[in-house]
Design a protein around this ligand. Structure first.
Ligand SMILES: [Fe+2]
Ligand SMILES: [Fe+2]
Length: 306
C-alpha cells in the first residue's frame, strides 16, 4: 500500500451539513456517521428515508454533520440542489463548509449547462444557484473570500464562467447596488458571458461569441439587462473594445463590469509561475487604466482586501 492509497482512503469521505438532507424522496446514497475513533458507520442506507425528525434527533445528540462517500457526491449535490439557499444561509454550519457545498453544486450545474447546447432547464438550475449565492454574499461579508477559495483555477469554460460570476456579483454589490435582483443579474451575466463559445470555441479572436451568446439567451427569455451585458462584455469604457467600439455611455454598464471580471480571471488563471494575486491586480491597474471604469477597478482591489 503506497502513499496514494492512503490519500484516496482519506479523500473518499466528505462531511456534509444536516441541512437540506431531509426530503420526501428516498435517499439515493448511504449516509454515514463518524465515530470518536474516526471510523465511519452506516447511519442510513440507500433507499431509506430521512426526514426532519431524524435530523432533529441527531442534532439533539450533538451530531451536526454526516458523511457521504466521494463517489456519491454527485448524487448528494443533486439531492440538495433545490434546498441550496437554506443550506447556504445556515450559520450553524461553518462558512468554509457551506462554500464547499456551493462549489460542488455549482460545478455540477454549470458543467452540465456548458456540456451541451443551452437549455431552459439548465438555465433555471443555474439561476437558482446564482440566487442562492447572491443571498449568501449579501448577508455575510466573508462569503466572497470563502467561495473564491473554494473555486479552483481550472481553465475550462464552465469554471471560467463560475469564477467570473462570483467576481461580477462582488463587483455589482460594491458598484451598482446591493439588492438581490442586481447581484443576481450580475451573477448570471458573469456565468453566461461566454456561452456563445459553446460548441464553437474559436479562440480569442472570435468576438462573434458575444453576440451569439446574447441571441441564445434572449431566445431563452433571460432579462434585457443580462442579454445586453453578455452582448457587450468585450466593449471597453474608452471605446477600444469589440465588436462595436462602444464607449461607456453607449455600452451596457453591467457588460463593462463583467468585462473587467472576465479579463481579471483570464489574467489570474494564466498568470506566470510565482505571480501573486496582487501582481495580477497591479498589471490590470497599469494596463487597464483607460479601458475599465475606475470605480469598478477599485472595487476589484477592495474585494480581495477583505
Ligand atoms: Fe468573451
Ligand atoms: Fe470570458
Amino acid at each position: 500500500m503506497g502513499e496514494d492509497t492512503a490519500q484516496i482512503a482519506v479523500a473518499a469521505w466528505t462531511a456534509v451539513p444536516l441541512h437540506g438532507l431531509a426530503d420526501d424522496r428516498p435517499l439515493p446514497f448511504p449516509l454515514f456517521l463518524c465515530t470518536g475513533d474516526d471510523a465511519h458507520v452506516l447511519y442510513r442506507k440507500a433507499g431509506d428515508s430521512v426526514d426532519a425528525a431524524h435530523l432533529g434527533r441527531l442534532r439533539a445528540e450533538g451530531v451536526d454533520r454526516l458523511f457521504v462517500r466521494g463517489d456519491d457526491l454527485p448524487a448528494y449535490y443533486a439531492r440538495i440542489e433545490s434546498a441550496l439557499q437554506d443550506v447556504l444561509l445556515d450559520k450553524a454550519v461553518p462558512l468554509a463548509d457551506r462554500a464547499d457545498v456551493l462549489h460542488g453544486v455549482a460545478r455540477q450545474v454549470v458543467n452540465e449547462l456548458f456540456s451541451s447546447p443551452i437549455e431552459r432547464v439548465g438555465l433555471r438550475r443555474a439561476q437558482r444557484v446564482i440566487t442562492a449565492t447572491g443571498a449568501l454574499l449579501l448577508r455575510e461579508t466573508k462569503a466572497f473570500a470563502a467561495v473564491r477559495a473554494a473555486l479552483d483555477s481550472q481553465p475550462e469554460l464552465a469554471a471560467h464562467g463560475l469564477r467570473t460570476s462570483m467576481l461580477a456579483m462582488g463587483l455589482a454589490r460594491a458598484v451598482l447596488s446591493a439588492d438581490a435582483a442586481t447581484v443576481g443579474e450580475a451573477g448570471l451575466a458573469g456565468l453566461l458571458h461566454d456561452v456563445g463559445r459553446i460548441g464553437a470555441d474559436l479562440g480569442d479572436s472570435d468576438v462573434g461569441h458575444a453576440a451569439r451568446g446574447a441571441a441564445m439567451l434572449q431566445k431563452h427569455g433571460l432579462s434585457v439587462t443580462v442579454v445586453a451585458a453578455v452582448r457587450d462584455h468585450h466593449e471597453r469604457v474608452d471605446g477600444s473594445g469589440k465588436p462595436n467600439g462602444l464607449r461607456a455611455a453607449a455600452a451596457s454598464e453591467l457588460g463593462l463590469l463583467v468585462g473587467l471580471a472576465d479579463v481579471f480571471d483570464d489574467l489570474y488563471t494564466h498568470r506566470p509561475a510565482g505571480a501573486t494575486l496582487f501582481d495580477v491586480l497591479r498589471v490590470l491597474a497599469t494596463t487597464g487604466r483607460e479601458r475599465f471604469d475606475e470605480r469598478c477597478a477599485q472595487a476589484l482591489v477592495q474585494l480581495f482586501r477583505r
